[in-house]
Design a protein around this ligand. Structure first.
Ligand code: BES
Ligand code: MN
Ligand code: ZN
Length: 493
């Protein structure tokens, strides 16, 4: 259920809510009307606290305080929006998310939200939904939260226009698509496996009027996706290939998005160590981002043809599992020698990238929780990306900046390609330990057949331990909003 958003022109101090969040610009607090009014209502306690806590209204900086019964809301939250006069969409989205998350954490049911002047309402709607997100499906009894943020009173001066409502609404529906993707990441691997991921994709297709084609195990083999088949052969849960498409009547471009959908990665016979293995339920973070993207595209309905392609499997050790030393063909025709069964993601992606290339899109973009090396390189807040040319890299940079997601370009170092030479097959699928994220990308490149291509390694960002900005704890759907911007910017080209 989306949040109910009510537009109200009442004073912040009189707003009917139990939690009040006010956006604050950097600079003298006394000169900002909603803040100074609020300060007076709280008998000067607000400014005093702000001073004591050194609150400077930097973007996303917060200060929470009790109102001690002086106004309707029990708690007030100041959220910084920085020093620029016009607050951009990125900051707007983030502060709205922070406010909604804080309200939920404070057991509030109704959030009063005082935005900056002329807010980007789509970003605001997105942010509120993103911030209100929690994954509580499996909590019972005392562990189940007793309250849930259900309503936001948006304090805006003047009469709202129809276009304002529409922007808010689109934003909320995009937020819901992102939250659906997060849910998929957070679902435990006994509940979310390739067949149930395909069922979820069918639901998304139905809800957003998209086309869908799902290949089950025998069809995957018949289609020639031997690598996807091999990775899935050790699991009781059979693999799936999922193709969603959005084909508008008038189209100004064609994009294909590919997601790694390992619903669980035990490593297979090259089994992973026990600590942290459970986090490998999030090894379908790329697939979730692509699925959520297709939902969001179904909301925005831009004049661009968009394909969402997912290779989904469970990587398990078993008598039927694929082994180090095996050699397989692939959809591309190239043969691959298996070195380490824990490098399964690039095998699944190889076949899906070949399929994507055959659609002849203008660009192929993929998102994958591909390598631990990427986590070592950039940590848990920023994803690495690779692009086949500089102009394309610029387009990703722009999309990421506008989406408020963090990406850093990585190099496709030609001198490392020799590490992928095999004695018995066309390629082996892993290189040496060092630069492991780059050799993974170079392996993928073998399967994109000259189509301009962007690869995003989201291993560090798909799942986090700590909530930050628009991202909650757990599944984040990182890359989704960047991909959405990429699609929308393609429509404007
Ligand atoms: N799914 C993992 C990568 C990963 C690691 C994702 C940490 C999220 C957090 C991937 O399938 C994997 O196991 N990669 C191996 C490749 C290696 C065997 C060449 C890795 O990075 O260790
Ligand atoms: Mn693996
Ligand atoms: Zn994996």
């Amino acid at each position: 259920m989306p949040l109910q958003i009510q537009l109200s022109s009442s004073e912040p101090t009189g707003a009917a809510c139990d939690y009040l969040a006010v956006c604050v610009h950097a600079g003298v607090l006394d000169r900002q009307k909603p803040v100074s009014t609020l300060n007076r209502a709280l008998a000067g306690a607000l400014f005093e606290q702000a001073k004591r806590a050194d609150f400077q209204a930097k973007p996303e900086q917060t200060l929470e305080m009790s109102t001690a019964g002086r106004i309707k809301a029990k708690t007030v939250l100041l959220v910084g929006v920085g020093s620029s006069d016009k607050v951009d969409g990125v900051v707007m989205r983030a502060v709205a998310a922070i406010a909604a998350r804080a309200a939920n954490a404070g057991s509030a049911k109704v959030l009063g939200f005082c935005p900056p002047e002329r807010p980007d309402l789509r970003a605001l709607g997105e942010g509120l939904e993103l911030g209100a997100y929690r994954f509580v499906k499996y909590l019972t009894g005392d562990r189940r939260p007793k309250t849930k943020l259900g309503k936001v009173v948006l304090l805006v001066a003047g009469k709202p226009r129809v276009s304002d409502r529409r922007a808010l609404d689109i934003g909320q529906r995009i937020g819901e698509a992102v939250n659906m993707a997060r849910d998929a990441v957070n679902e435990p691997p006994n509940a979310l496996y390739p067949a149930s991921l395909a069922a979820l994709a069918r639901q998304v297709a139905r809800q957003h009027r998209l086309r869908i084609r799902v290949l089950e195990r025998p069809a995957i083999l018949r289609a020639g996706m031997k690598l996807l088949y091999a990775v899935g052969q050790g699991s009781a849960h059979e693999p799936r290939f999922i193709h969603l498409s959005y084909v508008p009547k008038r189209s100004r471009g064609k994009l294909a998005f590919v997601g790694k959908g390992l619903t669980f990665d035990s490593g297979g016979l090259s089994i992973k160590p026990a600590p942290g293995m459970g986090e490998m339920k999030a090894d379908m973070g790329g697939a979730a981002a692509v699925l959520g993207l297709m939902g969001a595209v179904g909301v925005v309905r831009p004049p661009v043809e968009v394909h969402g392609l997912i290779g989904s499997a469970e990587n398990m050790p078993d008598g039927a599992a694929y082994r180090p030393g095996d050699v397989f063909g692939s959809l591309s025709g190239k043969t691959v020698e298996i070195i380490n069964t824990d490098a399964e993601g690039r095998l699944v992606l190889a076949d899906v990238l070949s399929y994507a290339s055959r659609l002849k899109p203008d660009v192929v973009l993929d998102a994958a929780t591909l390598t631990g090396a990427m986590v070592v390189a950039l940590g848990k807040t920023c994803a690495g990306y690779y692009a086949t040319d500089d102009a394309l890299a610029q387009r990703l940079e722009t999309a990421a900046r506008e989406a408020g997601e963090s990406f850093w370009r990585m190099p496709l170092l030609e001198e490392l390609t020799e590490q992928l030479k095999s004695d018995v097959a066309d390629l082996k699928h892993t290189g040496e330990r060092y630069a492991g994220a780059i050799t993974a990308a170079l392996f993928l490149r073998e399967f994109v057949a000259k189509v301009p291509w962007i690869h995003c390694d989201i291993a560090g960002t798909a799942f986090t331990e700590k909530a930050r900005s628009i991202h909650p704890k757990g599944g984040t759907a990182h890359a989704l909003l960047t991909f959405l911007r990429f699609v929308e910017n393609t429509a404007k080209r």
